[in-house]
Structure formats: structure tokens, C-alpha cells
Design a protein around this ligand. Structure first.
Ligand SMILES: Cc1ncc(COP(=O)(O)O)c(C=O)c1O
Length: 438
């Protein structure tokens, strides 16, 4: 690390790794340059320390509360109290069409057309709904592809779908592991697996950003590999939505699901998101689990005994949506719209790059960064693998006020989120990592 920068950077956009300086002054300078710095005051960022502010680096697990969430929930409670059933059509935001106001901001967030996205249910529920539609085992085409280190809920969902169709999950669910000795699965590994599976591959469910390593995948490339052999391609974007700049329509994937309590800051158990490509949304013949809220709103109240799906992602909705649970998501999406995903991403690359720069030298043979070094292959999270006494090191970080999390085997995840974390916080976290490594 050099202590003598040629010149101090004058804008976040122009900061390069070679400009970094390890001093507190420099971190404060970057905060002064940060055009998004005012967004932090829109959140209640939790403080777990009595004597000094803690550093909340777990937006990848549960994002902090947007202050407006309280107001928006209160408005809905007031509408309920004063209007009762009339709230469906006469509330300030009528409940009947409430979810529609989320469409545009959600679409902007994930790079989709508005009719390709819907906020509903939870991530795992949406994955089940998608598998009902897109996992159609037929003849030899019966395999489901997933990565071996996938979040357990995804594997459970896939296995249960295979079993529900009377097939054997051990035979049909293919769990793809990284190369021997590697932590990250490469796109070329996925391409090779797809070629191997060929006409037996029915559907793949892969991550946008891997939850343990923080690795980001090239969604278009993965989609091409799966579809080239005739499979359907879906993504779990739990760690990608609100973290990386997604272009779902352009990726050509068939479907995607994500939760909203992590980077989307919509609160514990928040209403999740779902993307269904336009070509499928238009296809009313697709098999699916149906419910009245997926029926075309024009005929919904005709109370017919035949389902007429609306020609969009909304057709996968089952029930009328939980308005009080959706309100925080609206508050959060308003902030994403104001900040804009490209601007957030620009800051995020510098923020995480700075964290990596500050801790790289402190890591010894007993610790390594599992997350890919290239900005295009990761989001904001850095995953550190501590090979000896990982719990002790994690506890040291926690006692220093760094709120991060621990995943077996010995992985500490630090996720500076550009909406509310500062460069000074990253500097403090790095100092704590260096202490924990001693
Ligand atoms: C990568 C990933 N997939 C799926 C899930 C399950 O999400 P949910 O409980 O919202 O269904 C999680 C939860 O943390 C996750 O991190």
C-alpha cells in the first residue's frame, strides 16, 4: 500500500483502485465525494453498541428500515380504521390495485418490462410456483440442475417437485459442484454441465449472486448454456436484487425469484419478487397453480368457475396481497428509484473495492477472500474464510461493533451496502478485520 497518492480523487465515478490510500482521512474524503451520502438518513440503521456507533454490514441478511415504512404502514392502518371495506377502492392507495404501483419500480430495479414482474409471497413459495410451470419432465428430459452449495430451501424445493411428479430426487436433481479445490462455480462449469446433460435437462435454477461466496454470475451466458440444450433457466436473485445491476429481460432467462428483506430493505419476511419472461406471461396455456388474483382483473369479479389468466407475471398471483406487508417495500423502492441502481452500483464497486484493498494485506495463510476479485464477478459482499479459530475471529469483529455474519465452514460475510454504508464504516470494519487476524 502506498501512502502517497498522486492526487486525491475528485469524484466517486473516477476513483480507481490505484487511488486508494489506507488512512481514515482518505475514507472521510471519499464520503465527502459520495453523491448518495444523504440516503443514510432515510434509514433507521441499527446500533448494537453502547459506547460508539456499530457498523451494520448485514444488509445482505436483513436490510435496515426505511423511515418512510412506518408512515406508509400507518396510512394503511388509518385507511382500514376509517374506511373498512371501502378501502379496497377508496383508500388513498386503493387496495384492489395496490400491488400495481410496485410494478414500474420493481421492473427498473431488475431490468425488466413492468408486466414481467410481480411482488408476491416469499422467495421459496415463488420458486415452487415457477417450478410448477417451468419444470415439465417429459420423456428423457427430466433433470433439474442446481449448484451443490445452493441455499438449502432451493434444493428442498427442487427435490420436492421431483418427488411430487413421482420421480426420484436423487436421480433427477443434479447438484453441480465447483472444480476440485475451488470455491466458486465458473460459468464454463455450468456450460460443460449443460452440454453433458443435453436433452435430459428440463430446468436449471442458479444463483444471481452466490450467498456464501458473493460471486456474481453472468446471467445471459448461463441462460444461453441452459437454453442451448432445450432447458428452462431460472435464477434465485436473493443476493442479487438491489445489489447488482440486473438486466433480466435482456438475459432472456425464463424466470427469477428474489426476497425483499435483504438488499431491498423491506423488513423481515417481506413480500418477495418474481420475474416471468414476457413470452411466458403471454402464454395463457402454461400450466400453473392458479388463484383468483391471477385472473384477469376485468373478469375477476364475475365469479366464473374458469380461470382466465391475465397476460403478465400477475397471472401467477394467488391471493389478494397483504397491504401492510407491501407498504415497506414501496418505501424502499422509492429510495432505489431516487438513488438509481446504476449510481448505487458505481458507489458499491468503489466501496467494496476499498474494503478489499484495506484488508487484503492483513490476511495471512490462515485467511482468504473467497469472493472473486473482479468487480464484474461480485456484488457488494466480501466473504472471508478463516481457517483457524473462525468463531473467535468472528466474535472479535462483533465485539468491535462490526455487525456481520458467520456461515459454516468459517466464512464471515461483510456486505457494505451503498444505500446506507459509508467509506468511513468500511475503514473501521477493515481495522477490526486486521485486529481479528492478529
Ligand atoms: C440464496 C437464498 N435463497 C433462498 C432463501 C430463502 O428465502 P425465503 O425464506 O424468503 O423463502 C434465502 C434466505 O435467506 C437465500 O439466502
Amino acid at each position: 500500500m502506498s501512502n502517497t497518492p498522486p492526487t486525491l480523487p475528485t469524484s466517486i465515478e473516477r476513483v480507481q483502485a490505484r487511488d486508494f490510500v489506507p488512512t481514515e482521512e482518505f475514507a472521510l474524503h471519499l464520503d465527502r465525494l459520495d453523491p448518495l451520502t444523504s440516503f443514510r438518513s432515510q434509514f433507521a440503521v441499527p446500533n448494537t453498541q453502547r459506547d460508539r456507533p456499530s457498523v451494520y454490514l448485514v444488509g445482505n441478511s436483513l436490510g435496515p428500515m426505511p423511515l418512510e415504512a412506518r408512515e406508509l404502514i400507518a396510512e394503511e392502518l388509518d385507511a382500514w380504521a376509517t374506511l373498512g371495506v371501502e378501502g379496497h377502492f377508496h383508500a388513498k392507495r386503493p387496495w384492489y390495485s395496490w400491488h400495481e404501483q410496485l410494478r414500474e419500480p420493481l421492473a427498473r430495479l431488475v431490468g425488466a418490462r413492468p408486466h414481467e414482474v410481480v411482488a408476491m409471497n416469499s422467495l421459496t413459495t415463488n420458486l415452487h410456483l415457477m417450478l410448477t410451470t417451468f419444470y415439465r419432465p417429459e420423456g428423457k428430459r427430466t433433470k433439474l440442475l442446481i449448484e451443490s452449495g445452493a441455499f438449502p430451501s432451493d434444493i428442498f424445493a427442487l427435490r420436492s417437485h421431483v418427488a411430487a411428479r413421482g420421480l426420484n430426487p436423487d436421480a433427477e436433481v443434479v447438484e453441480l459442484a465447483p472444480q476440485e479445490g475451488a470455491w466458486t462455480l465458473e460459468e464454463r462449469d455450468i456450460e460443460a454441465a449443460c452440454e453433458r446433460l443435453g436433452g435430459t435437462l428440463a430446468c436449471a435454477v442458479l444463483p444471481g449472486v452466490q450467498y456464501r461466496t458473493g460471486q456474481a454470475f453472468d446471467l445471459a451466458r448461463v441462460t444461453r448454456a441452459v437454453q442451448a440444450v432445450g432447458g428452462r433457466c431460472g435464477f434465485d436473485l436473493a443476493h442479487a436484487a438491489g445489489n447488482i445491476d440486473l438486466q433480466l429481460s435482456a438475459s432472456n432467462c425464463d424466470f427469477a425469484v428474489w426476497c425483499s428483506y435483504k438488499y431491498l430493505n423491506a423488513g423481515a419476511g417481506a413480500v418477495a419478487g418474481c420475474f416471468i419472461a414476457e413470452r411466458h406471461g403471454r402464454d395463457t396455456a402454461l400450466p400453473r397453480h392458479a388463484g383468483w388474483w391471477g385472473n384477469d382483473p376485468k373478469t375477476r369479479f364475475q365469479m366464473s368457475d374458469r380461470f382466465h389468466p391475465v397476460q403478465s407475471a400477475d397471472a401467477w398471483q394467488l391471493s389478494n396481497p397483504p397491504i401492510f406487508a407491501l407498504a415497506p417495500l414501496l418505501a424502499s423502492l422509492r429510495l432505489f428509484d431516487k438513488a438509481s441502481m446504476p449510481a448505487l452500483r458505481r458507489k458499491s464497486i468503489v466501496l467494496t473495492g476499498y474494503l478489499e484493498y484495506l484488508i487484503r494485506d492483513a490476511l495471512d495463510t490462515n485467511a482468504e477472500i473467497l469472493t472473486p476479485a473482479s468487480a464484474s464477478r461480485r456484488g457488494c459482499q466480501l466473504s472471508l474464510l478463516f481457517k483457524d479459530n473462525p468463531r473467535v475471529r468472528f466474535d472479535r469483529l462483533t465485539s468491535a461493533g462490526i455487525v456481520c455474519d458467520y456461515r459454516e465452514p468459517g466464512i464471515v460475510r461483510l456486505a457494505p451496502a451503498p444505500l446506507f454504508n459509508t467509506f468511513h464504516e468500511v475503514w473501521r470494519a477493515a481495522a477490526a478485520v486486521r485486529d481479528a487476524c492478529r
